[in-house]
Design a protein around this ligand. Sequence first.
Ligand code: NG6
Ligand code: CA
Length: 533
Amino acid sequence: MQVNFPKLFLASLGVVASVPLYADNTPSKPNVVLIYADDLGYGDIGCYGAKNVATPNVDALLDNGYKFVNAHSVASTSTPSRYALLTGEYPWRKKGTDVAAGDAAMIVSPKQYTLADVFKSAGYATAAIGKWHLGLGVESGKQNWNEPLPVGLSDIGFDYSYIMAATADRVPCVFIENGRVANYDASAPIYVSYKENFQGEPTGRDNPECLYNLKHSHGHDMSVVNGIGRIGYMKGGGSALWKDQNIADSITSHAIDFIEKNKNAPFFLYFATNDVHVPRFPHERFRGKSGMGLRGDAIAQFDWCVGEIVSALKKSGLYENTLIILTSDNGAVTDDGYADDAETLLNGHNPVGGLRGGKYSCFEGGTRVPFIVHWPAKIKKQEVRYGLVSQIDFINAMAAILNVTLPKDAAPDGNQYAAEYWLGTGSPRLYVVEMAANHTLSLRMNDWKYIEPSNGPAIVPWGPKIETGYNKSPQLYRLFDDSIQTAIPDYSSVPNDPYEQHNLAEKYPKVVNEMSEMLKVLHEKPINWTIEF
Ligand code: NG6
Ligand code: CA
């Protein structure tokens, strides 16, 4: 495809058109564990500056690992970020990829080539454990939760799955193992509706006396499960219903089982935690582990899960040749709908690590997330890497590492050079696109961030106190890491503005023009990474 790549930037990038592909001195067939946290912000773990909570297990990954400080989820909410990560396609080009209800039909089509398929192509065993949030079954709202679901994760490359259909705050509140409800309780058939309540069932709205574990602050006032109000209505479930305080234990023990069962063959484990998403209701033994109440304790619980997985790998003799990547699906939020005092108990902790905005937002707090790459057999040191990284590149990066040739239409928006950069050499991504909750796109490129105009409200309107970054006028911010020598001499005197405060759009119309043109293309179709010079 012929692309009008902004000349201004190309001139300064110094990127060569043909980067050598993945180096050959690499250990073969590593196991791969992708730890995908939920709403874990840029500043929420120790090695990214967290206060009041220790994350020794996550931090230890850096002994043989890289810490990326400019890495992004594709969107500032879950479903679109997960869709992009698993398919390599930008979510704004696929209908139905916004935050999914618990009774959404499967969003990734069995025809699509997924991240799990890369591993299947290389002969790996694959598993998805934890939060799913990409729909299940054929038709939204029509699933029979008492029978095996007709379409599920085994149709998109996962041999084994133990998942929550959506989120912990959405019904159905049961785990689904290989397409059917785990620990199914035949005495309590399951019914789910996102339209109306089932007769005689309590709701958080009408029966606040049932909310013995956690009360809502906004929304989350429909069915009550385990003394916590949820989004959506459900009836039944009986002994299959999860207890929120056991979710981390449950997904971790299933992950460890998978590791142990597959220790003789290479495997891919997609481990998607509920922490630190709402409702935050960590196990008793993590209570008080942080100085920040439930949200901080949930971070401690997340860290424990990481430690358990690392221990299981060590025990099975797999630690050296396992590539662990740890990241998050979007930025941080404090009050996301439950009265857990996350906001008032921060005590100096900054979940977004000093960035502006947060979950849902266009500002950097929306999508800039921790990103750690750890692989003892390959990475022998710790290092901070400053260049741009996007989760859109997962498929291509893994294909390059495993030497898998992708089918022609696979991962249309990803690029294969990511593998080099993630593993310590090569060049970073030329640009990163970030999608906010209302689909407003931002483009980070070179030393700039451009946010396209949007009619949305300045603050998230339903409860979380977060600046969206929406503005009717174009926004242009100078944004670079201090450690990087500015690449464009013309603009080198323009000061860095990491908090996105000084809109320079009127001052530099040429830059705005080039970046908006590029986003216009990206709204519609992929840009081919290979640039003709
Ligand atoms: C919002 C929920 C929020 C969270 C979010 C999705 C309300 C009031 N708020 O609609 O609690 O569930 O959706 O989060 O319902 S995500 O991380 O899975 O995208
Ligand atoms: Ca999330």
